[in-house]
Design a protein around this ligand. Structure first.
Ligand SMILES: [Zn+2]
Length: 261
C-alpha cells in the first residue's frame, strides 16, 4: 500500500497529510476509471452487524447501504461470530467477504474469506492455525490502540508477525492517529501487507476507511491485490462510540424483557 505521500513537507500534521493522500490518490483513480483503463474496487474491510453485541445493523441494511454508497466489496467482521457475515453473504455473494474479528488471549485478529467460525479466547497461534486451516487471510485489528478491551503485548505481537498476512494500519474508530501510525511503523518494520477499516458499528461509519484495489475473486487474489491497494482514510468523530454503547444497552433491555416470565 502506498502509505506515505512523497511530497508532503514534514511540518504538515498527519491529519492534513491523510487528507492530501486521500485527495490525490482518489483523483488519480477517478481519472483511471474514467479512462476505463481498469476498474478498481472500493473495499471496506472492517464492519459489524447485529451479530455483534454492540451493533444493531441488519445484514440486509448493510448490503443495501454499501451498494448505495459505492462500496464494491465489504468484509463483515463481527466480534467472535460469522453469523451476520454468512447472512450478508447469502444476500449478496458478489459483494460480501465472510470475516470475523476474533478475540484471543491477547488482542484481536481479523479473518477474511472464512468458512468456519473461530471461537474467542484461544491463544493467538491456535486461532491463526484455525484460520490457516480454512484458507483465510489474516490481519491484526488495531494492534496499538490502548483503549480497547483486548491488548497485544509487544512480545505477543512480534511472535505472531511472521504468521499473519497483514496489519490493520488505519482504524477509523481510534481516538487519534498515534495508534494507527504505530501500527504502520510496525507493518513496515516487519515487511507486512497493510489493511485499513472503518470498524463501523453503524451505517454512517461505513466507508470512513476503505481501500481502492485491483479486482479480486478469492483469498489469493485478494492478497495479490492488497499489494497495490490505495487507502482513503478519515477518522470517525469520537461520538460514534455512543452508537455501540446504545446498541449494547438496547440489546440488554431486549434480553431483560424476554427473560421476564
Ligand atoms: Zn471491530
Amino acid at each position: 500500500m502506498l502509505y506515505q505521500y512523497p511530497f508532503s513537507p514534514p511540518w504538515l500534521c498527519t491529519r492534513v497529510k491523510n487528507h492530501l493522500i486521500g485527495f490525490t490518490q482518489t483523483a488519480i483513480l477517478d481519472d483511471m476509471n474514467a479512462k476505463n483503463t481498469r476498474l478498481w474496487l472500493r473495499v471496506e474491510l472492517h464492519v459489524h452487524t447485529a451479530a455483534s453485541t454492540d451493533s444493531l445493523v441488519s445484514p440486509q441494511k448493510l448490503v443495501e447501504y454499501c451498494q448505495q454508497i459505492g462500496i464494491d466489496r465489504v468484509a463483515v467482521t463481527d466480534h467472535n461470530s460469522i453469523e451476520g457475515a454468512l447472512k450478508a453473504y447469502a444476500l449478496a455473494p458478489e459483494r460480501v467477504i465472510v470475516g470475523e474479528e476474533i478475540e484471543t488471549t491477547q488482542g484481536e485478529l481479523l479473518g477474511y474469506f472464512m468458512t468456519e467460525h473461530v471461537p474467542p479466547g484461544l491463544e493467538p497461534m491456535e486461532a491463526i492455525h484455525r484460520l490457516r486451516a480454512q484458507g483465510a487471510v489474516i490481519s491484526v485489528a488495531h494492534p496499538f490502540d490502548r483503549v480497547r478491551g483486548a491488548q497485544w503485548t509487544a512480545e505477543g505481537l512480534l511472535s505472531i508477525a511472521s504468521h499473519v498476512d497483514a496489519i490493520e494500519v488505519f482504524n477509523a474508530r481510534c481516538l487519534g492517529n498515534h495508534p494507527n501510525q504505530q501500527a504502520a511503523n510496525f507493518a513496515r518494520a516487519q515487511a507486512l501487507l497493510t489493511t485499513v477499516g472503518s470498524d463501523a458499528h453503524s451505517l454512517v461509519e461505513i466507508g470512513q476507511a476503505s481501500l481502492y484495489m485491483p479486482p479480486f475473486e478469492d483469498a489469493r487474489g485478494f492478497i495479490s491485490a492488497l499489494q497495490y491497494a490505495l487507502p482513503r482514510n478519515r477518522l470517525s468523530p469520537a461520538y460514534v462510540h455512543l452508537f455501540s454503547t446504545y446498541a449494547k444497552l438496547v440489546k440488554r433491555l431486549r434480553k431483560g424483557k424476554t427473560a421476564q416470565p
